[in-house]
Design a binder for this molecule. Sequence first.
Ligand code: UDP
Ligand code: MG
Length: 331
Amino acid sequence: EGERPVLTPANFAAMMGQAEPSNGRPELSVIIPVFNEAENLPTLHGRLTRALVNLGMEYEIVLVDDGSQDESPEILRRMEAEDQRIVIVEFARNFGHQVAISAGLEHSRGRAVCIMDADLQDPPEVLHLFLAKWREGWDVVYAVRTERKEWWGKRLAYAAFYRLLQRVANIEIPLDAGDFCVMDRKVVDMLVRMPERNRFVRGIRSWVGFKQIGVPYERQARHAGVPKYTFSKLIYLALDGLVSFSHMPLRVITVLGFTVSFLSFLVALFYVIKKLTIGVGVAGFTTLVVSIFFLAGIQLMTIGVIGEYIGRISDEVKHRPLYVARRVTRR
Ligand code: UDP
Ligand code: MG
């Protein structure tokens, strides 16, 4: 399969217009990002295959190896050799979960496309519910977690983040919706053609619009292994979501700046009047030091927030490819 043409504003419109004919394509693609999931892959393959065969649809499974350091690549190659319906995209290094999903979308051909995790937290057995909705004409069917089987601190952090995002984002990102979903081909084509490097999949998925519906499901505990999302990766994901879908942080610092300036003005006024009426000069060295540190802190924070945006602008303008694949299944 040939390389995708480089996306420029000039050919964006042209690409939007031309959908490839869907003849000879599977009806369903399942996309699974894999990062060090060797213990989960055999069970995943078995359970997923059983669920998909029960669906009675023609399918393909697109597994994206996100630079795994364990035996995942070997297991994936074995699966690929045994099973015609498996497509492997091997990244040259770890590019991250959201980028792996994007690569999977790019290599998928199904008329309906499902995204799920490799650790069986998203049970393949509920897929038929999603596909029923898709057949009813919904373009995006996303899973909404009714219950998380994670420790309370993580659950609290997730709940807080989704509620914050809901309030500040310029788009509606449904509460507690993760990446687990089924999407129609037209949505996938749109997502693949979105030019941004910063991939917060559940955000851009919601941004495209079309007919979207949430289906509740019970998020399972990890089948095996530890979460591959480290704390810092989760923080970056949250930052990506906030910064790329809202200008709220910038507004907050603007408001903060005005507030602090206004208060300083009042304080200055107070001391000037005191000096003129009572005639006492400013004596407070402590006050001075505290306010200098306070303002320096605010200024650094402000620069940091602006920096978050500038850093992302810089990432976008470099126009680097989203990922580097060292190997893709030929078909
Ligand atoms: N993953 C990935 N690249 C990464 C981190 C994770 O492809 O850098 C995959 C991982 O293999 C799994 C999915 O993303 O299939 C979700 O990861 P994880 O289970 O660690 O996240 P959580 O379920 O805790 O949100
Ligand atoms: Mg998981």
